[in-house]
Design a protein around this ligand. Structure first.
Ligand code: FDA
Length: 402
């Protein structure tokens, strides 16, 4: 039976980082993964170019029941540290908007970089290899795998979240946590499109493909959030960065509020254009807003506006109705019926409850030698490279400790 200092289950972003760091410290490390292809989520990330970090990362960019937990690991391994690593491997990158950093060529370069870092740490691989069971012994963990038993003094769970099960995502990490008596914060799809009741959405379904900047908010107080980003209409509901971001904060049953013209004051513009204007209300709106959206919006809101409102000359449109129209666009309130689910989600929110983990080592305080890192843990980043930065940072913190 192989005896190791450290066994890491899950050879994704966090697992490879952790294995490499521990291996390069001289630990005898084995990395196990049930997938046939290495690090599929890194491969498909950022449209194939991997948004590997963000220039500006702090605890405010993460959601967790224990918001300060991520602070120590994020401070211990910063975006600059990862940029330096990427630079040492000669990977060219560029910055997109809001500090998001992407590979110039391909996310495969990040996978290859991590593979080489593991090689430098003489990490042993078991892949594809399913782990059927884990038994804790006095001074070690015994893994029953389909490549035979593996024994290790320390066990790191880095099996990620449940998003994109078609790529092999599982709830393995949550099951292990429960096996060892740790609490789990209810997992849910996050960074995910929102869906609506088919009948209620019918007037907007024709808008599928329309994208525009919007300010989206949900919740109130500490649980509230607001994002100004692009929004995309789909056949079943809403997507685009603004919606993905807000979905991570949205609680089932709660409304979301959307300002579909955040840079304008429609009321002021329409009322100012009104005196003597011969154009129709629909055309006046379309001069300020995407034409398809203007037409569909007037149709969808027809019950709340005077009959034939869109076809009225702007000069003849009552101020009250123009105000109502503007208000509806700036303060669109709607209750999603749900999300598009794990199949379409970028991440899982919730996970292993961090109140049971040590923030410097990621070790379960009550279960010596058992560590959890990456997305399995209840730390969920915003869209924009934050989830990878958490994977790298928690992986490094753990790799230095095991
Ligand atoms: P990760 O999912 O990377 O790795 C987990 C590993 O565990 C996998 O290799 C899996 O095969 C293995 N595993 C699972 N269950 C197992 C089991 N039972 N037994 C053995 N092995 C098991 N983030 C970001 O910051 N920038 C971006 O550009 C993107 N883009 C993006 C696009 C898409 C489409 C998705 C779905 C996600 C992103 N993300 C992202 C999120 C990011 O991919 C994610 O947060 C990290 O990969 C999480 O790293 P982990 O190492 O925790 O899990």
């Amino acid at each position: 039976m192989g005896g190791f200092d450290v066994a890491v289950i899950g050879a994704g972003a966090a697992g490879m980082m952790c294995a490499a760091v521990a291996g390069q410290r001289g630990r005898k490390v084995v990395l196990l993964d049930h997938a046939a292809r290495l690090a599929e989520k890194i491969r498909i990330s950022g449209g194939g170019r991997c948004n590997f970090t963000n220039r500006s990362v702090g605890p405010a960019n993460f959601i967790s029941e224990n918001p300060d937990f991520c602070r120590s690991a994020l401070a211990g391994y910063t975006p600059q540290d990862f940029i330096a690593l990427v630079g040492r491997h000669g990977i060219a990158w560029h910055e997109k908007h809001r500090g998001q950093l992407f590979c110039d060529d391909s996310s495969e370069q990040i996978i290859e970089m991590l593979r080489r870092e593991c090689q430098q740490g003489q990490v042993a691989w078991r892949m594809p290899c399913a782990v059927r069971g884990i038994v804790r012994q006095a001074d070690a963990y015994l893994l029953d795998t389909d490549q035979g038993p593996v024994r290790a003094a320390r066990l790191v769970i880095a099996t990620g979240g449940m998003a994109i099960p078609q790529l092999g995502a599982t709830d393995f990490g949550l099951k292990v946590a429960r096996q060892f008596g740790l609490k789990v914060v209810e997992p849910r799809p996050a960074l995910v499109p929102l869906t609506f009741d088919a009948a209620a959405w019918q007037p907007f379904a024709a808008l599928a493909g329309v994208a525009l900047q919007a300010r989206v908010r949900t919740g109130a107080g500490k649980r509230g959030a607001e994002f100004l980003e692009d929004l995309l209409f789909t056949h079943r509901g809403l997507s685009g960065p603004a919606i993905l971001q807000i979905s991570s904060y949205w609680q089932p049953g709660e409304p979301i509020g959307i300002d579909l013209a955040p840079e304008l004051s429609l009321e002021r513009e329409l009322l100012a254009a009104k005196p003597g204007a011969r154009q129709q209300v629909a055309s006046a709106l379309a001069a300020l807003w995407p034409r398809r959206l203007a037409d569909a919006w007037l149709l969808a809101m027809q019950e709340r506006l005077p009959a034939g409102f869109g076809a009225l000359r702007l000069a003849d449109a009552p101020d009250r109705a123009l105000r109502l129209l503007a208000q509806g666009i700036h303060q669109w309130a709607l209750v999603p019926s749900g999300t598009a689910g794990y199949k379409k989600a970028e991440v899982m929110r919730g996970g292993v409850d961090t109140r049971a983990l040590d923030q410097k080592t990621m070790q379960a305080r009550a279960v010596p030698g058992l560590h959890f890192i990456g997305e399995t843990v209840d730390v969920t980043g915003w869209l924009g490279g934050y989830n990878f930065q958490w994977a790298w940072a928690s992986g490094v913190a753990c790799g230095k400790a095991v």
